[in-house]
Design a protein around this ligand. Structure first.
Ligand code: F6P
Length: 445
């Protein structure tokens, strides 16, 4: 179960920075429902990249992943080679719900020392390497693949092939034909699913299967979010949180803090940052006019960052909307013991850690509101696969709704291409010689 607590948006609590939500919903009902209809209406068109809506319905893809997991019971270490959307979803969910005993590792950078450290620590005989790249052309991921493939072949000879699984587009890019030629296990990123929307396809489900995440429940939660995204505005939770973002960004609240009160959810903000920023930071709208949309998502974890960022959130510029994620129940709790001689701490004696966590979440939300800092919360009944699936698919919907409200394409990322081209030029890739010359003339070599 997931619900919204919007009480700290109320202008009676947070003043002019806030939002009379009921009134806004009445005013924007038509616009929100038009956005909903447009999104659902376009979902059959692969060019629209709305395939993530239907992926949670694809139970055959999950069965395929689970069969592969069962057939590879020898795996003790599972290495994901992927970056951005090809890593962040599995990283967020595995940190929250992974049970082991398989250890999951993520190589999402090209700094040599951590890669060497991992290679030295792993036993190739017990390691499965999953190279994940929709395009098959991402330099970081492909460099890592070249290194891990060589490492496996050096140790295992022709047996390296049993230790590699490829997750990529069914037709495009170089990885698919390579996997076919070498006879490697291969999984699909559906063409109509972009990286940051791919956690429900094998990009996410394959690593998650190896750490025992209940995939059926996770996808059932995603389907629940789909159900809410079909409702009229009064019950359409993603349209509602998109409305909050839309309205408050128009008041100049252009920083979106995403702050779960949970260490288990520590990577969820990283996943959200990519989803939100890469989708919504756009120079032009669908009509090609310059619009420069976007709000800046910022990571924070409660309670940890109460002691790092909350000072700024309360007393810094009034440019923020804060999204909290609160849990209603602990999965397991721990009592805080009484200790003689430390009676100054007796308010803690006999209380539980979860009680303290909950009190801190509510106290901080209220203290923020007292400083006229609008905030709202996703309240999760508990942290389980169903509820996390619901929340993540909700956030994908929220992003899609915002793209629609702002008239932009939330599913492309033209702004990251130029940096990639420059990298190719600096690395001496064939065909990039003129660009390398241009860079040299500009003082970059
Ligand atoms: O799966 P790929 O094609 O390697 O892409 C990885 C990431 O790179 C980007 O294309 C751009 O940074 C992201 O959108 C994507 O998630």
């Amino acid at each position: 179960m997931l619900r919204l607590d919007l009480s700290n948006l109320d202008p009676r609590r947070v003043g002019a920075q806030g939002l009379d939500f009921a009134e806004a919903l009445r005013e924007e009902k038509e616009r929100l429902e038009a956005a909903r209809d447009a999104l659902w209406g376009r979902r059959g068109d692969a060019a629209e990249f709305l395939g993530w809506i239907d992926v949670p319905e694809d139970t055959e893809a999950v069965r395929n992943v689970l069969r592969y997991r069962q057939a590879n019971a020898w795996v003790e270490d599972f290495v994901v080679l992927g970056i951005g959307g090809s890593a962040l979803g599995a990283q967020a969910v595995s940190a929250a719900l992974g049970k082991g005993p398989v250890r999951l590792h993520f190589v999402d950078n090209v700094e040599p020392e951590p890669i060497l450290e991992l290679l030295r620590a792993l036993d190739p005989r017990k390691t499965l390497v999953n190279v994940i790249s929709k395009s098959g052309s991402t330099a970081e991921t492909m460099a890592a693949f070249l290194a891990f493939r060589r490492w496996l072949e050096d140790a295992l000879g022709a047996g390296w092939k049993e230790h590699v699984a490829v997750t990529t587009d069914p037709a495009r890019g170089i990885l698919r034909p390579y996997a076919q030629a070498e006879g490697l296990a291969a999984f699909e990123v559906p063409p109509a699913v972009g990286g940051r929307f791919s956690v429900t396809c094998p990009v996410g489900t394959l690593p998650l299967a190896f750490v025992g995440v209940d995939l059926e429940a996770f996808l059932a939660g995603c389907r629940k979010a789909n159900e809410t995204a079909q409702a009229g505005a009064e019950a359409n939770l993603p349209a509602q949180t998109a409305l909050v973002h839309d309205r408050l960004s128009r008041k100049g609240l252009n920083v979106n803090v995403f702050m779960p009160y949970s260490t288990r959810l520590r990577y969820l903000p990283d996943w959200f940052v990519q989803l939100h920023d890469e989708s919504l930071g756009k120079a032009v709208n669908r009509a090609g006019e310059e619009v420069r949309t976007g709000t800046t998502a910022v990571r924070a974890i409660g309670t940890t960052d109460q002691h790092a960022q909350v000072q700024l959130f309360r007393e810094g510029p009034h440019d923020k909307l804060i999204t909290l994620v609160r849990l209603e129940e602990a999965t397991e709790d721990l009592e805080i013991p009484a200790v003689a001689g430390l009676e100054a701490l007796d308010y803690l004696f006999g209380r539980s850690f979860f009680e303290l966590l909950s009190a801190e979440a509510k106290a901080t939300a209220h203290a923020l509101a007292k400083a006229q800092q609008p905030n709202f919360a996703f309240v999760l009944e508990r942290l389980d696969a169903y509820t996390l699936g619901w929340l993540m698919q909700h956030l994908m919907w929220q992003t899609a709704f915002l793209g629609e409200l702002w008239g932009i394409d939330a599913f492309n990322q033209p702004g990251v291409e130029l940096g990639k081209e420059y990298t190719y030029a600096l690395m001496g890739r064939k065909g990039y010689e003129p660009l390398a010359e241009e860079l040299k003339a500009e003082g970059v070599e």
